[in-house]
Design a protein around this ligand. Structure first.
Ligand SMILES: [Mn+2]
Length: 238
């Protein structure tokens, strides 16, 4: 039986990612997917991008891939002085990224579906439909969603007082079982129809993978998953 393995936010923590892949004990037919935010904040962004491509690891787009695309376009207009406004690792990535690498980032999808399993970076609202017609606002929301307020409106990450429910606590499964990243939890966030697997590796937490067996007919055994983690070597954020 083959497996689908989804990895949480790597943020350039390539050493931990390699360790985690070993621990997952991959079989040749297994499908591997990054939940997005594989780059930025941490040390080895472009190396991680190459590593994903070299190892046929799929990815969706996270808000940090979107941010790098945006910063690079502005850098082309404003020139070298714009680099000085960036964090250390961001500056490094923007000054080294190639046109082809940028094209790859721009080609990343906003979600991936494997039969009854869906992967998104941030989350979806109770009424979001994931199809090829999603508009730009929905795309942005999918990469950023965290908490909703009492009126069930999505709120910015730093509106701590407005927090009522995390999106996954309201999700009833209309888009299948969802694996997501983006919001770092101390332990994976397990709800009835979803699991959040960002455990904050770049901030010195853990890097987590989730592994699902896949039946011969392609259906994913969403109740039979295993969570596998490795500890961060240190707090890498810079
Ligand atoms: Mn993110």
């Amino acid at each position: 039986m083959k497996n689908i393995v989804v990895y949480g936010d790597i943020h350039g923590c390539l050493d931990e990612f390699k360790q985690l892949r070993k621990k997952v004990k991959l079989k040749p037919d297994d499908i591997e997917v990054s939940v997005g935010d594989f780059l930025n904040k941490g040390p080895k962004s472009l190396e991680t991008l190459h590593y994903l491509l070299d190892n046929n690891i799929l990815s969706i787009i996270g808000n940090n891939e979107a941010k790098i695309i945006k910063l690079y376009k502005r850098y082309l207009i404003e020139g070298e002085k714009y680099l000085d406004t960036m964090r250390v690792h961001e500056k490094d990535t923007i000054s080294k990224i190639t046109k082809n690498e940028l094209k790859y980032l721009e080609s990343l999808p906003y979600f991936l579906k494997f039969a009854n399993l869906t992967v998104v970076h941030g989350g979806i609202m109770p009424d979001t439909v994931l199809d090829d017609n999603i508009d730009n606002n929905t795309k942005k929301q999918i990469t950023l969603l965290r908490y909703l307020n009492k009126d069930l409106v999505a709120i910015p990450w730093d509106d701590f007082e407005g927090r009522y429910k995390f999106w996954s606590e309201l999700y009833k499964g209309h888009e299948g079982f969802i694996v997501f990243g983006h919001h770092p939890f101390d332990e994976p966030k397990i709800d009835e129809f979803s699991v959040g697997i960002d455990t904050g590796c770049v901030y010195g937490g853990k890097l987590t993978a989730i592994k699902f067996p896949v039946k011969k007919n392609g259906k994913v055994k969403t109740k039979k998953y295993k969570l596998i983690s490795v500890d961060a070597q240190k707090n890498h954020w810079n």
